[in-house]
Design a protein around this ligand. Structure first.
Ligand SMILES: *Cc1c(COP(=O)(O)O)cnc(C)c1O
Length: 397
């Protein structure tokens, strides 16, 4: 099956007892056993739930992975990855322009726990490999990055950090049998498997906030981890059952239902975002327009190689700084001023004061996240209406 077919059919077999074309939502905490230990493979819903398993099977197929573990949020999924695969004394290497919540989790929860993260300021494979030392067991990549939409070369970075790790600690025992020396994780929330398949490019794990494009309708919080190999998934699955953080069946249903239209939604997100980026590039009120699908983007060639579409996010920097950004954002009507992204409805966000407020100012400025920067999550409304909305919002900036 190809992508759009998998999205609709995997984990969605008709209900065998009634023939219901859409399988029921299994709202149950437990399962009745014929005699102690005599059951149909289901004992308790933290451990197994058919609605969750359907979603996990579908996500694993879409990313081309060996398996998937779903969580109650993207950050719960991240927590599972760090806790299940790392130990105090280990270190992580990441590129500095990260989702704010990931940065907060690494700095405020895991650094005190004993896990240090070093952040690269340059996107090149050599810059990330240079930060690898004998304690490094994970590389965390977000591409496109948020909100500056830089691209990281997944295949190039995976190869460079693995070479570096091997040369530093050739005899280091892995934490669990079959785990790679350095686990390469890609947060694929922005691109989705419709536009980018990190496991095929050499990543070991893909992380998702299913809250965003996968759910796609701004009505559910969820997360998931997809692993290339069973050995990498196994400790995360163990953690999922041992520590919880699992999504409920209704949430799994909503995400799975959203995924059915992912292929067609992503095409429209890309088309609308390119249209808005091209319009914005012609307006003098913007000092900068960032979109991977524009030939002026610094990583345009890598985007063409690594992704099949520029995505639905457009970042603009207003010449008038903070005051202009605030005026612009309070005037949009279709673009709702809100955190989050990836829904069918367009949203506008001010990272410096909203999603990235937990990132210290000096770090923000070093990576170019200035006060005039505004992030657009371009929805799938009519593009003419979206352009008209932004045009009227620019008046008075
Ligand atoms: C939203 C987001 C997360 C966190 O996911 P939640 O579902 O909000 O917990 C992680 N990474 C990226 C890139 C995100 O956009």
């Amino acid at each position: 099956m190809r992508f759009a077919t998998q999205a609709i059919h995997i984990g969605q077999a008709p209900d065998p007892t009634t023939g219901a074309t859409v399988p029921p939502i299994y709202v149950t905490s437990t399962y009745t056993q014929a005699a102690p230990g005599e059951h149909k493979g289901y004992e308790y819903s933290r451990t197994q739930n058919p609605t969750r398993q359907g979603l996990e099977a579908c996500l694993a197929a879409l990313e081309g992975g060996a398996g998937c573990a779903a969580f109650a949020s993207g950050l719960a999924a991240e927590n599972a990855v760090f806790t299940a695969l790392l130990r105090p004394g280990d270190s992580v290497v990441a590129y500095g322009d990260l989702y704010g919540g990931t940065y907060r989790l690494l700095e405020r929860v895991f650094r005190p726990w004993g896990l240090a993260t070093r952040y690269a300021t340059d996107t090149s494979p050599a810059a990330l490999a240079e930060l690898v030392d004998a304690t490094t067991r994970m590389v965390w990549l977000e591409t496109p990055t948020n909100p500056l939409l830089r691209l990281l070369d997944i295949a190039g970075i995976a190869a460079a950090v693995r070479d570096e790790a091997r040369s530093l600690a050739p005899h280091r025992a892995p934490l669990a049998p079959g785990l790679p020396d350095v686990v390469v994780v890609v947060d694929n929330t922005f691109a989705t498997p419709a536009l980018q398949r990190p496991l095929a490019l050499g990543a070991d794990l893909v992380l998702h906030s299913t809250t965003k494009y996968l759910g796609g309708h701004s009505d559910v919080i969820g997360g998931a981890v997809v692993a290339a190999a069973p050995a990498v998934l196994e400790p995360i699955r163990f953690f999922q059952n041992a520590a919880g953080g699992v999504p409920g069946p209704f949430d799994c249903f909503l995400v799975h239902r959203g995924i059915k239209t992912l292929a067609v939604r992503m095409r429209q997100h890309c088309e609308n975002a390119l249209r808005i980026a091209q319009w914005a590039a012609g307006r003098t009120e913007f000092e900068r327009v960032v979109y991977p699908g524009l030939p002026t983007h610094p990583d345009h060639a890598l985007a063409a190689r690594q992704m099949c579409g520029g995505g639905g996010m457009v970042t603009v920097v207003l010449r008038g700084g903070l005051a202009a950004a605030r005026r612009f954002m309070s005037r949009t009507r279709l673009f709702a001023c809100a955190e989050s992204l990836g829904g069918v409805e367009s949203l506008v966000n001010h990272p410096a004061s909203m999603t990235h407020a937990s990132v210290p100012r000096d770090v923000r400025e070093r990576i170019g996240l200035t006060d005039g920067l505004v992030r657009l999550s371009v929805g799938i409304e009519d593009a003419d209406d979206l352009v008209a909305d932004l045009e009227q919002a620019l008046q008075g900036t």
